[in-house]
Design a protein around this ligand. Structure first.
Ligand code: SF4
Length: 505
């Protein structure tokens, strides 16, 4: 097939997609603004949503289909004003993140959880789940509860009586469009501005934003390194990154309470592992029979327990998140991998990273060398230790390694270069950073892509490197979060300010 006809097909596909996305946006605005719908908002729905229809309540919350603010009250009698419904969370945890509401005039920002019935809070185990501790509003169809536990439930807003009488039609309408992601996260005010600018300019803007983010990260790592030392900083943030999404905080706290120096002072490798696992609370008391453990696991645990006990190191109070985690991602398994890498790096991670990535490497060669730094040498003892967690094999995937390079290794190398006044190393670390391939999408990059780019598939031409993804995250931090997603006051929705931001890079 001739290349130009192929390109024509792609363009046609893209413009169809663009029309579809704008159609979605227009119908979304029409639902919100039509006077007929405003009228319907004053009437009351009587029927509960159909079984399994929790997503419909979520869609209604997302669409802002609730009665005007002055009439909304929590079950506790506090007036509720919805400033922003937040971002629909497609991952584990509460349904909406970063919502903004006013409770009796006091602004609150946090997560919102939505259920058919108030008791679902307990039925789904949210009362015992740390991820739900910041929920600012529990939105339910029915707020009657037999289980009254004051102080343990977030403020509850009952929807029955707040919805339009036409909700069945609305639900049908929502079901017809299948409620795609593009409707969950609608285009922001910046999307109209970005639509007027060509791909290359937006790409440059995101590259500049990503580079600024890199330099800021590097400065903040330098601040920490000046206080705690470079090796300790490398260890702390390496542990944090190994916490992935849900266990970053406990891993960082573990590294701060159990510093590298304490581990260096312990002689035997197995004793260092015992101290890491024991301090983190991952060893079980061998005098108490653990039915779930195999005899081999019990023997290994007993051996490590005695080593940890004789070290005299106290356990550290850490809030680990394990529910819904696959065995391969359990924090104890990650801790064994951290220990193994620290052993390979002789407890001097930054020194090893610098030796593994000499300045004379081209960016492409440096990216290849990253894998060597994080490859884990397998031996029978290590395999035996992994059995403690029931997991087989251990290696860091390419995505995780790139993530560590973007968020820690390269910015920390630049911080070190700053401190050493090495201009060439500073330039080299930025050069490698600018060449890193794009990472997997995460919730933030996906959200901002849909806010900024219409159609979202435009990103294929714009976001080709990790630095541009970092630029998307910078837009979220500096604009969406700062202006609490209120596009009306955000500079990026203003034509002149948008142009100025593009020119600024
Ligand atoms: S707050 Fe700003 S950056 Fe975020 S979607 Fe709205 S206009 Fe775009």
């Amino acid at each position: 097939m001739h290349p130009s006809s192929e390109a024509g097909k792609v363009n046609k596909g893209r413009s169809l997609e663009a029309m579809e996305a704008f159609h979605t946006l227009l119908s979304f605005l029409a639902i919100r603004l039509s006077p007929a719908n405003e009228q319907l908002l004053c009437e009351t729905a009587k029927e509960p949503p159909p079984d399994g229809g929790e997503w419909i309540l979520q869609a209604l919350w997302n669409e802002g289909r609730l009665r005007e603010s002055s009439e909304l009250c929590t079950e506790e009698g506090n007036r509720v004003e919805i400033i922003h419904p937040g971002t629909w969370n497609s991952e584990a945890g509460p349904d909406f993140l970063e919502a903004v509401i006013k409770l009796d005039g006091h602004t609150k920002r946090g997560a919102v959880e939505i259920h058919r019935h108030v008791n679902d809070w307990f039925a789904h185990g949210h009362d015992k789940d740390q991820r739900y501790r910041d929920v600012i509003l529990h939105v339910v169809w029915n707020g009657n509860t037999e289980k009254s536990v004051p102080g343990q439930l977030p403020p509850c807003l009952e929807l029955e009586g707040c919805l339009p009488s036409c909700w069945n039609e609305l639900f049908n309408q929502l079901a017809t469009v299948g409620y795609p992601y593009s409707r969950r996260v609608s285009p922001g005010g910046c999307a109209l501005r970005a639509a007027e600018v060509d791909d290359a300019l937006i790409g440059d803007f995101l590259t500049g934003a990503g580079l600024t983010r890199f330099r800021r990260k590097s400065r903040s790592l330098l601040d920490r390194a000046l206080a705690a030392g470079f090796e300790q900083t490398a260890y702390e943030y390496f542990c944090e990154v190994m916490g992935y999404k849900v266990n970053r905080e406990p891993f960082l706290n573990l590294a701060r309470h159990l510093p590298l120096r304490s581990l260096q002072e312990i002689n035997a490798p197995l004793s260092r592992l015992a101290v890491l696992l024991g301090s983190a609370g991952f060893l079980f008391d061998p005098t108490v029979e653990d039915q779930a453990a195999t005899p081999a696991q019990r023997n290994l645990n007993r051996e490590l327990w005695h080593r940890w006990w004789s070290s005299g190191m106290p356990p550290i109070c850490l809030q680990w998140q394990k529910s819904g985690t696959r065995p391969a991602n359990l924090p104890e398994r990650r801790l064994i991998i951290i220990w193994k890498l620290l052993e390979q790096w002789n407890y001097r991670p930054l020194e090893l990273w610098r030796r593994g990535l000499p300045e004379n490497l081209s960016p492409a060669a440096a990216i290849k060398h990253l894998r060597n730094i994080f490859s884990i040498s397998s031996d029978p003892e290590f395999s035996r230790l992994l059995k403690l967690t029931g997991a087989k094999g251990a290696s860091l995937g390419t995505q995780r390694i790139l993530d560590i390079a973007v968020n820690l290794l390269l910015p920390l190398m630049q911080a070190w270069a700053n401190q050493q006044n090495s201009l060439s190393l500073q330039r080299w670390s930025e050069e490698v950073y600018l060449n890193l391939p794009r990472l997997q999408e995460n919730q933030v990059t996906r959200k901002i892509t849909h806010r900024l780019l219409v159609p979202a598939s435009r990103q294929q031409e714009i976001v080709k490197k990790a630095v541009q993804q970092q630029g998307l995250q910078a837009v979220d931090r500096q604009f969406c979060q700062r202006f609490i997603s209120d596009c009306g006051i955000c500079p990026l929705s203003n034509q002149q300010m948008f142009a100025k931001s593009l020119a600024g890079n």
